[in-house]
Design a protein around this ligand. Sequence first.
Ligand code: DGY
Length: 317
Amino acid sequence: MKPKILITKKLPDYVEEYIGNYCDYEIIEDAGYNDIINKIHDKDGLLLAGTKIDKNLLEHAPKLKVVSNISVGYNNFNIEDMKAKNIIGTHTPGVLNDTVADLIFGLILSTARKLPEMDRYVKDGRWNKQDESIIFSKDVHHSTLGIIGMGRIGETVAKRAKYGFDMNVLYYNRNRKYDTEKNIGVKYADLNDLLKQSDFILIMTALTDETYHMIDEEQFNLMKSDAILINASRGATVNEKALIKALNEKKILGAGLDVFEKEPIEKDNPLLKMSNVVLLPHVGSATIKTRNDMARLAAENLVAALKGEVPPNVVPE
Ligand code: DGY
C-alpha cells in the first residue's frame, strides 16, 4: 500500500506525477491549520508551505513521519515537538538563493532611488512641475551594506554587492565565515558596529528564539539617520512597532520590507501609509521557475523520508 500524504498547495503537474508514483495524495489548496487537523489522522506525510506545526496538530497525526516545507525558512516547525514524535522536518535551501538575492537588490534600489515614488510622480503628471526637491535620492554603489545573517542567501547578495555595485560589505553572523571573507571580500563586524556603519542594513537571519526582535528600539538608535533597513527573512526579527517609531521620528531614512510580523499585513498597519517604505507581499522566492524548483525539492525530501531514506534537506536543529 502506498503511503498517504496531504498537500496544501497547488503543485506543478510533473511534481504531482512524481509524488503520485510513490504516494496516495490528497490536495486541499490553501489548507490552513484547522483543515490540516481535520485531514491528518491517516496521513504519513504532509507537504506544505509555512503552516504552524505544533504539539496540538501532531496529537491529531498518529501516523505522521515527515513534514516537508516548500520554503527555506522553517520557523513554523516546533522542532522539539516533532523530535519527540520522531517526525522528520525538511525544507528547500539552495534553489532560491539567486532569486531572493535579486529581489533584495530590487528592494535596495527601490528604497534608495525612490523608484515607486518616482513612478507615481511621472504617472500622476507631476513631472512638468520640475519639483527638484523630490527627485534626489541616495546612492547604492560604493556605499556600505551590513548583512545580518551570512548564510547562503546572504553570500549571494554579498557577491552582487561587491562585484556589481562596488559596495563595502560588512556582516554579522553567529560564526565567522572565513572562507566567505577571503573569497568575496566581506568583513566581519560585531552587531553594534555593523548597525552604526551601514548605509543599508539587510536582515537575512532565520527567525529563532534568539533572533526574535533582534532589531528593536535600541538597535534603531545606533543606525545612521540616512540608513535604510531591508528585511527579507522573517518579519518578527524586527520589532515592527520600533521600526514604525524609528521611521516616524526620522531615526532612519527608510525601509524595504518583503516580510512582516503579521502576514498578510493588517489593513490598519501604519506602514501602509508611509512614503519612506517599499512593501512587498513576501515574494522573495516567487518566480515561476524557483517556486517550481522548490516544489520539486520538497517532493523529493518527502518521498525520500517515506522510503526510509535520509532526505537531502533535513532541517538543521
Ligand atoms: C522561504 O523560502 O523561506 C522564503 O521566505 C520564501 O517563502
